[in-house]
Design a protein around this ligand. Structure first.
Ligand code: GUN
Length: 296
């Protein structure tokens, strides 16, 4: 049976470390990092993610300013708000929860955020920095996956990491991160996507398989090499009448059968999700330190 890579436990540990750092920042520099969170509309998944982020910030001692608007909020108003947040020295990080309603140009909004406050790491400046290995803000999910591997003693240097999914917030940045000639990286990386032929043959070559397809039941045991490490990034809601909410969360991987074959596997929930939020907290702390001129 595989080792369970508990993101929940590791996130807890890392948040304890952050709490200590935040106490010191407050005591020595009178600095409390602040994150502005912008949510437009009432998508249930987005509302739940934002709630999780707010809760995590409160837990470690990061201030949150929440801006919640109806789904018909205008793009111009949103751009004006971002400009104000960019200019506000009391705000160190800005997060606009995605997806945005159809009538708002997501790209325009993300490009409007000051790259030095872009704690999601979605601005092209930060994407470019990641591409060339320069310091910048790395998106939470790929960064969280990297930490989940390294802090569980999984050295990926020289390993073949296969990523299933080519999104701008998981697949592509994860590939850029893990291919770098750096600590916690130096892997051989392959990206598979909906255009890939014979996916199962490629996933079977993976020493580390990261599944970010956004579709339940995407990976079964036949697609996994004996002893592989499997990271499940999927967050899918399936109806479950036994739950108060009426649903439960499952990943993209057939957990039981894959766990019987893998050497380590991350669960859903309690796997990558808590790590994503933890790395967001990390970025907010870095942003606040930099903006105050405190060494990182
Ligand atoms: N929607 C799904 N994941 C994310 C994320 O990491 N950040 C933001 N802002 N929106 C998201």
């Amino acid at each position: 049976m595989a080792k369970i890579l508990s993101g929940k436990e590791l996130a807890q540990k890392m948040r304890e470390e952050m709490k200590a750092e935040l106490s010191e920042l407050k005591e020595k520099h009178n600095l409390v990092p602040a994150l502005a969170v912008v949510l437009v509309g009432d998508d249930p998944a987005s509302m739940s993610y934002v709630k999780g982020k707010e809760k995590a910030c409160a837990e470690v001692g990061i201030d949150v300013q929440k801006y919640k608007f109806d789904a018909d909020y205008e793009e111009n108003s949103l751009l004006k708000l971002i400009a104000d947040l960019n200019n506000n020295p009391e705000v160190h990080g800005i997060l606009v929860q995605l997806p945005l309603p159809e009538h708002i140009d997501e790209e325009k909004v993300l490009y409007a955020i000051d790259p030095e406050k872009d704690v999601d790491g979605f601005h092209p400046i930060n994407v470019g920095r990641l591409m060339i290995g320069a310091p910048g803000y790395v998106p939470g999910t790929p960064h969280g996956i990297q930490k989940m591997l390294s802090r569980n003693g999984i050295d990926i240097s020289g390993m073949h990491v296969v990523i299933l999914g080519r999104s701008n917030i998981v697949g592509k940045p994860l590939a850029l991160l893990l291919v770098q000639k750096k600590e916690e990286a130096n892997a051989t990386v392959t990206i598979c996507h909906t255009g890939t032929k014979n996916i199962g043959e490629i996933t079977k070559l993976a020493d580390v398989l990261v599944v970010a397809a956004g579709r339940p039941h995407t990976v079964n045991a036949d697609m996994v090499k004996e002893g592989a490490v499997v990271i499940d990034v999927g967050v899918n809601r399936v109806e479950d009448k036994t739950k108060k909410s009426g649903f439960r969360l499952i990943g993209d991987v057939e957990f039981e059968e894959v766990a019987a074959k893998a050497s380590a596997i991350s669960p859903v929930p309690g796997g990558v999700g808590p790590m994503t939020i933890t790395m967001l907290l990390h970025n907010v702390i870095i942003a606040a330190r930099k903006q105050r001129g405190i060494k990182v």
